[in-house]
Design a protein around this ligand. Sequence first.
Ligand code: SAM
Length: 312
Amino acid sequence: MTDLNPSMRPHSAEYFGEERDYYWNSDYLDLLAKRLDLASVTSAADIGCGVGHWSALLYPRFASNASIVGIDREQEHIDGFMQRMQGIVWNIAAASTVRADATCLPLPNDSFDLATCQTVLLHLQYPAAALTEMMRITRPGGLVLCAEPNNMIARMPFDSLMDIVPIEQLLRLSELVWRHSLGRARRGRGTEHIGEQLPGLFHELGFEHVQVWLSDKAMPMIPPYTSAAERAAVQAWDRWRIQGTGPFDKGEMRANVLAGGGSEEFFDAAWSDFLTHDREVAEARSSSRLSTAGGVLFYIVAGRVPEKPPIL
Ligand SMILES: C[S@@+](CC[C@H](N)C(=O)[O-])C[C@H]1O[C@@H](n2cnc3c(N)ncnc32)[C@H](O)[C@@H]1O
């Protein structure tokens, strides 16, 4: 079984914009590192490493001589990972990469103190298979650490326009999100609310000391929207709109909604609501009427690898 689904478009670089630099509060990561004793980690694997945003944040919190392996199915991302990590690791040989599928890792058993991933499992048809691999490559007593969201919440309109948008439109937008998410999972594109499922998955797979936290990062939009994080968020949204990617990928949304049990008529009406809301948001922003507390339900789920039965 592999998640290298050839019909799936590669996770392209349009998701690696500046907005990814504002996912975490750094003092929160310090707290997480303390809770999980990341300072004792000497070897780590970052599954679905992308261009290294997650590794770059975690690595400075590891033991000073730690090594890290970035694993991704896209060569372009692996190159980006090496580039980013070269400026961060203590020794040039401490960072390496493997091009592989998350559900079939060409790495030996019990070879890492830590296997981790950020915003990867939500893209996989078989997240349990990836977790099983993470467990296999981690030594007994080692840590598997996943940072995964519930992106459904982020797709719901919770901004200051909520009070003036007709309730029928809000309901249709919510139904759009539900049908899209259900259909996306049914089409094997992954589960957008995977963060909610992870604690149960960790339990089923036999992890010990399963712990669950939420990131404390809000992403407020407050006029005049001049912070670097606000500008990056607006730029990402504009980029997706112009490119027709992410939430603006109409073809993908339609296919998901239909697979989620919605009709063509429903999709057309809800898509029109979505574009209308997007226009209203942009107008409200340009006249400084938009505000929101923002943020994503971003879960951190950690578990220890149990002693494994001897291989006979
Ligand atoms: C949203 S990006 C996250 C990247 C990185 N973890 C970060 O937080 O910046 C998802 C990454 O997972 C990789 N990916 C998706 N499916 C994969 C699979 N089946 N096996 C390995 N990598 C995969 C993509 O190529 C992409 O780099």
